[in-house]
Design a protein around this ligand. Structure first.
Ligand SMILES: [Mg+2]
Length: 197
């Protein structure tokens, strides 16, 4: 079997088996924003009790929630994702709501040219919620490999590390996302140059 058809099989199987944790109803009129946690929205240092949030975190989420349904997809266990959201107050902010969560069990390992690639295939979401698709979905991550199967939907963000007090990535990203949210489709947008937009 070719790598491609084998990968398609792996993803289809995962899409069938994995249960997305839905917390709130999706707003059909809004688009979909899938956000990574670690080094995208925060840095969790093992020696600290509470993770350090990226500057402008809540401001960013409140801003983009007006145009997007927000999902968190982290390559960690579900119980850790819950506690991080709780610790940072992302589970109870009155200015935005997290609509759904995907955990490490939804991440797949596929093969490309003989090498293993670990990634977050958006078709796991799209298969279950067909009103979302490449036309209205963005995935944001600090690791490019995570959108290996959805290169055109991926927005790569600079890695955040604790102590980066002057980091303004989320401010810039919020502006970019609100701007493109007005488009009827995302399919012809080149996100590789998002920072100069
Ligand atoms: Mg990350």
């Amino acid at each position: 079997m070719s790598e491609n058809s084998n990968n398609t099989k792996i993803v289809a199987k995962k899409a069938k088996a994995y249960e997305i944790k839905v917390l709130q109803r999706f707003a059909r009129a809004k688009k979909l924003l899938v956000l990574d946690l670690d080094h995208t929205l925060l840095h969790d240092k093992w020696e600290e009790f509470v993770p350090e949030q990226r500057p402008f975190l809540h401001q960013f989420l409140a801003k983009v929630a007006k145009s997007f349904n927000l999902m968190i997809w982290s390559d960690s266990p579900l119980d850790r994702i819950w506690s991080v959201l709780e610790e940072l107050g992302m589970d109870s902010n009155k200015d935005y709501g997290i609509k759904a969560i995907l955990c490490r069990k939804a991440v797949v390992n596929i093969k490309s040219e003989g090498a293993w690639v670990r990634c977050k295939p958006l078709s796991i979401i799209w298969n279950k919620y067909p009103f979302f698709g490449p036309q209205n979905t963005i995935i944001v991550d600090d690791i490019e490999e995570n959108f290996f199967l959805n290169k055109k939907s991926g927005v790569l963000i600079k890695e955040f590390r604790a102590g980066m007090k002057k980091d303004v990535e989320l401010l810039k990203l919020g502006k970019y996302l609100v701007k493109i949210a007005r488009r009827s489709s995302f399919e012809n947008i080149d996100h590789t140059k998002w920072e100069s937009n």
